[in-house]
Design a protein around this ligand. Structure first.
Ligand code: NDP
Length: 317
């Protein structure tokens, strides 16, 4: 049985979900945020250097600021994953993974992406035993040790730069000979004495009995090598995990991202989506925050019977 009714239930508490919460509660909509954690990927970023207003800020600190603001404006929080959403006649039942149920007149999906795995031998078995997907969380365990970072995007660069200050030696392995991340981060990593960048290196296997001991890779599609390591940080992007929503029949892209229109409406009335889990091209904290605000305003408009919004915060359509 549903234990409480809300105007809006927001799934996810990254920049999109938390900004949506600030906006819905400021519009006096009763709001519940359901999430496994606070900040999502943003909280796993050591230093954010491109969020306007903050020259540099720790991701978790920024996420906490968002949360405080959402809580101050009246949003409620429950730290549980959502397992299922069902449509009812006039809204939705949102069920958490532990079986708690809530009624919502509108839902905002903002639960972000999940880390992509390498899918090589030994990876699954050694998770938590030297294999990590989060340098900010697990980096401090590798003080004075030898580690590798896999990937060439901003996440991998951010991880390599952070780990260079902790570990004795950091290998960075890219499968191609180009970075995908921002030049400023590339320069920072190149400037660190203890980082060795290996291009055209494809990881083949992770080896170790009790814990990770080495990784096997192929260089330039021909030479086989082994690297002795104590830790590996797999930072190769993220994937959308939306299969738990399949019962609703939401329209998704080939990559399983939720398709939204310019006003953050999904293919189902009353369900809105924002941030990295949607089909938007650029996955950035500042963009997710803006998208969360849009989703909240559109949810408010929907709950008001789709009346035009106040002219001070929308152009007439
Ligand atoms: P990206 O998709 O940007 O980069 C993924 C990297 O991993 C690429 O170098 C890619 O190589 C590589 N890769 C993918 N699959 C494999 C594989 N199977 N084996 C080996 N390498 C692989 O993901 P990120 O997580 O780095 O970034 C995602 C978004 O988050 C970006 O928009 C980024 O800007 C943002 N972000 C921003 C930060 C900041 O501004 N400080 C910090 C972290 C993330 P290839 O290029 O060959 O495909």
């Amino acid at each position: 049985m549903p234990e409480k009714n809300y105007d809006v239930v927001i799934v996810g508490a990254g920049p999109a979900g938390l900004t949506a919460a600030i906006y819905t509660s400021r519009r006096a909509l009763s709001t519940l945020v359901l999430s496994k954690d606070i900040g999502g990927q943003m909280a796993l970023t050591d230093d954010i250097q491109n969020y306007p207003g903050f020259e540099i800020i720790e991701g978790l600190v920024l996420a906490q600021k968002f949360q405080e603001q959402a809580a101050q404006t009246g949003s409620e929080f429950l730290f549980e994953g959502v397992g299922r959403i069902e449509k009812t006649e006039d809204g939705f039942i949102v069920k958490t993974e532990t079986g708690r149920q809530f009624l919502a007149r509108a839902v905002i999906l903002a639960f972000g992406l999940s880390p992509r795995t390498l899918d090589v031998a030994g990876e699954k078995e050694l998770i938590g035993k030297g294999v990590s997907y989060c340098a900010t969380c697990d980096g401090p365990l590798y003080r004075g040790k030898t580690v590798a970072v896999i990937g060439g995007g901003n996440s991998a660069l951010d991880a390599a730069e952070y780990l260079s200050k902790i570990a004795k030696k950091v290998y960075m392995l890219l499968r191609r000979d180009v970075f995908r991340g921002e030049e400023i981060l590339v320069e920072q990593v190149k400037a660190a004495d203890n980082v060795e960048i290996i291009f055209n290196a494809k990881v083949k296997a992770l080896k170790g009995k009790e814990r990770l001991e080495s990784l096997a890779y192929v260089l330039n599609d021909s030479e086989e090598h082994d690297l002795d390591l104590e830790g590996i940080f797999i930072e190769i992007g993220h994937v959308a995990k939306t299969d738990w929503l399949n019962n609703l029949g939401l329209k998704m892209t080939e990559r399983q991202e939720l398709i939204v229109n310019a006003d953050n409406e999904t293919s189902i009335k009353g369900i809105f989506a924002a941030g990295d889990i949607t089909s938007i091209t650029y996955k950035q904290a500042v963009i997710s925050a803006g998208e969360g605000a849009k989703a909240a305003l559109q949810a408010y408009r929907y709950l008001q019977g789709n009346k035009p919004l106040m002219p001070d915060w929308s152009v007439k359509k």
